[in-house]
Ligand binder design. Structure first.
Ligand SMILES: [Zn+2]
Length: 235
């Protein structure tokens, strides 16, 4: 590409601070991960922090397990304290990308007052597509490997390619639990998105195309230079 450094804007700002929003199944983890990798952003994913607690059998972990088994979301206050603690570590020299926060209007206002956000990436996925993607997820009951009956099928049905263990659905991936989460997501997220939109921070991206295309759109919309190293090859 002949676009010599027209994107000097990106370089003078130095630190990039993003929020990524999207329902589960929208590819938020993948998209946020690619941005983090190529632009040295520190990924701050609420889900990962809580997963760590579950795996390490902490008190927070036990609480999270119970809440998720009931198909509910972890309380806003706990999410907020976990994110605050993480940001307070200030180990994000080149910036961060926050996933799973803010959850409500009040948290969004606090966040905007405390940090100069450069952009809010909103991965837009219709509920029907969320259902299709989420209900196709499987997990190896032995080694924990993730599968997806749409995108990543096992060679042998219901059987892990790596260890031969039985594939199961996550306990919170039932139709009923998902409906509750969709409802909860929209009622909580819409006010946050509206607040961010009023500040003109939101970049809404259609999350239906393949991951490489979605990533490319995000970078174009955020004016992130594609000249930087490590760009994913187009699939
Ligand atoms: Zn396995």
């Amino acid at each position: 590409m002949g676009l010599a450094r027209a994107d000097a804007v990106c370089e003078c700002s130095g630190v990039r601070k993003y929020v990524i929003m999207g329902i589960q199944g929208s590819g938020k983890g993948t998209q946020g991960g690619l941005l983090a990798r190529d632009f040295d952003l520190t990924p701050i994913a609420v889900g990962d922090i809580f997963r760590w607690h579950v795996q390490n059998h902490t008190k927070i972990g036990a609480h999270v397990r119970r809440v998720m088994a009931a198909g509910e979301l972890v309380g806003d206050d706990l999410v907020e304290s976990v994110v605050r603690q993480r940001l307070d570590q200030h180990d994000w020299n080149y910036g961060f990308i926050v996933d799973g926060f803010p959850r409500n209007h009040r948290q969004a206002e606090f966040f905007l007052e405390s940090y100069d956000i450069d952009g809010v990436i909103h991965l837009d996925l219709p509920d029907e597509e969320v259902r299709r993607r989420v209900l196709a997820r499987r997990l190896c009951s032995r080694c924990g490997m993730d599968y997806n009956l749409i995108a990543h099928r096992p060679d042998v049905e219901d059987c892990c390619d790596v260890c031969g263990g039985a594939l199961v659905s996550r306990e919170d991936d039932t139709e009923q639990a998902l409906s509750a989460r969709l409802h909860d997501y929209h009622t909580k997220t819409n006010p946050v998105l509206e607040l961010f939109r009023r500040k003109e921070f939101v970049v809404s991206v259609d999350a239906r195309p393949d991951p490489a295309s979605v990533q490319e759109t995000i970078r174009a919309r955020l004016r992130l230079s594609s000249e930087e190293p490590g760009l994913i090859p187009r699939g």
